[in-house]
Design a protein around this ligand. Sequence first.
Ligand code: ZN
Length: 214
Amino acid sequence: MLSADFARLGEEVRAVDKAGADWIHIDVMDGHFVPNITIGPDVVKALRPHTEKPFDVHLMIAPCDPYIEAFAKAGADQITVHAEAGPHLDRSLQLIRSFGKHAGVSLTPSTPESALEYVIDKVDHVLVMTVNPGFGGQTFIPAQLDKIRAIKKMIGSRPIHIEVDGGIHVETAPLVVEAGANALVSGSGVFSDDRYAENIKAIRDAAMRGRVAA
Ligand code: ZN
């Protein structure tokens, strides 16, 4: 939702739901962990009645633990924290699951996949950032493809999603899927014009080409 019209957020959530989005990805920024400020739990709560699709809440805040309960109660279905945001990642993941929510770890472009090593059995999804967190509309960082491959290997047969966030559009979607990603976040790729359904379909079709190639 980072690239949506913030003055009409409820309407925008309904529009991407109708346009075929599987999850609603909500970027929460605090002006401290990342150099931008977006929205808090009250806005998530206000958006909740606008769709039945899962809310995929990406916390780019530090410390994250004091706010996990508020986002869980606001209606998040999946909560993702950054490996560095805790201060204690294992505790943050347990806290998210204690509210019955899916727990995820996000890795910034400079964070190695080894950050997952000792928490892998406590995560439901890994969110690989393919741009530096903070702003929409940035350019995809190709070096992250190797990291996606390494995470795919580390996960093995575990039922863990690999989600990719940053610079995802029709050109980059097949690359990340071929590397092992199975959940794609797109902001400006969807909201660039008012044809949300066409944009989502184009990214999904491009992603399927990556699956065939893999
Ligand atoms: Zn995000």
